[in-house]
Design a protein around this ligand. Structure first.
Ligand code: EPZ
Length: 417
């Protein structure tokens, strides 16, 4: 099991390029199942979650090729419609393949995704929507057996919660459905817009992605397309937080600041100086971080839950306290016990964390508990005086491409051993 060893307490500087968004690449890879032919995804990040999605596509009969950050998927032939348990477990978000597999083959057998580090990951919204679209779903022995023998039928769906994954699954199931599907209370994340743009390039008829109501008019078939994955707004937030905690000036390129308004306003509020271009952000912090009294994670365009761990870590070093409320996931604070090993003064109760001011972090032995919590430990370690070890780096590799190279290119003393 590899770990990161970081000697922190020093400034970083330079330019870093953001990668393509993991949470866009995954549904886009699922979408290639619907278009018979060879699709090309550029700016596709080199991550273990993306590798897992490619493994699933290959298992289903597609032929996938990766050249650097370009992934080609030939889905002319799909020979299976079930995802084996081990592949389902490798990536919690593989549930997003469900709609695409049923859309392509008329049925699917998947194991219900286990919990994950963030607590239970229910899929009730996915299931009830697909059932409304004519899919029969039997849940037995931890497996979901889905079939739509007369094809998927478009319908009017209202989501109780604007779930990102459920919105994506409904769109993927509706593209080749008979008739029209309207999603009310749809998720509005940029990754939904990216998915709709790709599918429309393939010949789908999707209207209103990025708004509360999305309309999909089913078509008989769609073809392959070439697409450029949007930048990863959460990876960028992580780099900005690292610059903020080390009192550095860092330039991040290949970003879309439009996707980051709620996050960037926090950096402004705690006294960082941002200069924002069309596709780049330069951040500089040269005085004590100011606290932000309260932060609540919300669905897009509110403050994103995934940016919570690195931002909370930054605020743990601010001049006063922050009340941090996590409204999306039940159990997203597991990393905080690890942060406290570095000296952070944080008390949590249910989904609320009271983050008190801490002058500085001291290096310690830690272990990543989940993807974004692990990234938060990297941010903390870069600020901490002395040596910090971070075990279970595999969590971080799910969502950050070669994180140690990114930070060593900025002059950080970080090694993977
Ligand atoms: C996506 O997860 C992202 N993952 C998550 O990123 C992100 O945190 C989340 O959206 C919210 O923005 C991918 O895109 C692969 P949800 P998803 O469905 O689709 C509950 C990361 O770190 N819910 O919007 O699973 C659910 O339990 C990951 O990159 C139900 O109750 O998020 C959660 O509390 C973490 N029933 C809330 O809704 C359902 O049927 C948000 O879930 C579905 C979800």
């Amino acid at each position: 099991m590899s770990k990161l060893v970081i000697s922190g307490g020093r400034k970083i500087d330079g330019t870093i390029l953001a990668h393509g968004a993991k949470n866009s690449a995954l549904p886009l890879l699922a979408a290639t199942l619907l278009c018979k032919g060879e699709s090309v995804l550029h700016n596709c990040p080199n991550l273990s979650d993306v590798d897992a999605a490619i493994k699933i596509l290959n298992y289903l009969g597609c032929y996938c090729k990766r050249e650097g950050n370009t992934v080609t998927v030939n889905s002319s032939v799909v020979t299976k419609n079930e995802i084996p348990d081990d592949l389902m477990r490798e990536m919690r978000s593989s549930i997003v393949f469900l709609g695409a597999i049923i859309g392509r083959t008329g049925g699917a057998i998947v194991s219900s995704p286990g919990g994950c580090e963030l607590g239970p990951r229910p899929i009730d919204l996915h299931i009830s929507a697909l059932k409304k679209m004519g899919v029969t779903i039997e849940e037995e022995h931890g497996f979901l057996k889905c079939s739509a023998i007369d094809g998927i039928i478009g319908n009017d769906i209202t989501l109780q919660f604007p779930s990102v994954g459920a919105t994506e699954n409904i769109i993927l199931a509706a593209v080749l459905a008979k008739g029209e599907t309207v999603i009310h209370n749809a998720a509005k994340e940029p990754e939904i817009v990216d998915l709709a743009e790709f599918l429309n390039k393939c010949g789908a008829n999707i209207f209103g992605a990025g708004n509360d109501t999305v309309r999909i008019v089913g078509v008989d078939k769609i073809g392959p397309a070439e697409h450029y994955v949007i930048p990863d707004r959460i990876e960028v937030a992580t780099y900005l937080a690292a610059a903020a905690v080390t009192g550095s000036k860092v330039n991040v390129k290949k970003v879309n600041p439009e996707h980051m308004r709620a996050t960037l306003s926090i950096f402004n509020e705690c006294g960082c100086v941002l200069s924002v271009g069309d596709e780049e952000i330069t951040i500089e912090r040269n005085k004590r971080l100011l606290s932000v009294p309260m932060i609540k994670t919300m669905v897009y365009p509110g403050f994103p839950t995934d940016a919570g761990p690195p931002i909370l870590t930054m605020l743990a070093l601010a001049d006063s306290s922050t009340l941090f409320i996590e409204n999306i996931f039940q159990n997203r604070f597991k990393y905080i016990d690890e942060l406290k090993r570095l000296g952070a003064k944080i008390r949590t109760y249910s989904n609320v964390a009271l983050v008190e001011s801490c002058k500085k972090f001291m290096g310690a032995k830690t272990a990543a508990t989940d993807l974004r919590g692990g990234a938060a430990l990297v941010v903390a370690a870069l600020a901490a005086e002395g040596i910090t070890e971070i075990d279970n780096v595999y969590h971080i590799d799910r969502g950050y491409e070669n994180i140690e190279r990114c930070f060593s290119n900025l002059g950080a003393d970080i090694k993977r051993v």
